[in-house]
Write a protein that binds this ligand. Structure first.
Ligand code: NI
Length: 176
């Protein structure tokens, strides 16, 4: 079921989410199905449970030639529960980000270039990956939502924050 995505300004987006305690439950599967439906409907690259008002540590992401990120590399569809991110090195990279909770906007955000992420899929199987670049950026963005952090809160230069239609006038698809 497609759910409503909370927008920046909603205090629920600023809360710290709780760990999932039981895997393979109907409730968890339904949550993830709703997140998938909602992300696909809005053509997003990722979605965190608190964005649909569920304060649990669950994120999904995946990019297969997403028109919102025409130059982005592919990232396989992933469900990540109770994620832990470990920096691999100190190198940071800046790039444009958008967020379904900040519709119509883009901003330049510094992120760690390389990270390791660990967690579980919806059945409780372990996930442990070391990634870099866009994949690393997406994971950091989504996991930030679980700690109540939206990407504008990570920005260093608010001069690099604006409306998609102004920043990228040739981009055809919008995120609303
Ligand atoms: Ni987001």
């Amino acid at each position: 079921m497609i759910r409503e995505v909370l927008k920046m300004g909603d205090l629920r987006l600023l809360e710290k989410s709780q760990s999932v305690e039981a895997f393979g439950t109907p409730q968890l599967r339904e949550l993830i199905a709703d997140m998938r439906d909602t992300m696909a409907h809005l053509n997003g690259a990722g979605l965190a449970a608190p964005q649909i008002g569920v304060p649990l540590r669950v994120v999904i992401f995946g990019v297969t030639r997403n028109p919102r990120y025409p130059d982005a590399e592919e990232v396989s569809d992933t469900v990540l529960v109770n994620p832990v991110i470990t920096p691999l090195g100190e190198e940071m990279e800046e790039d444009w980000e958008g967020c379904l909770s900040v519709p119509g906007m883009r901003g330049v955000v510094p992120r760690l270039k390389k990270v390791r992420y660990q967690g579980f899929d919806e059945s409780g199987n372990r996930i442990d990956r070391s990634v870099e670049g866009f994949h690393a950026r997406v994971v950091q963005h989504e996991c930030d939502h679980l700690d109540g952090i939206l990407y504008p809160m990570r920005m260093r230069d608010m001069a690099q924050f604006g409306f998609v239609e102004v920043l990228f006038p040739d981009q055809e698809l919008r995120d609303e």
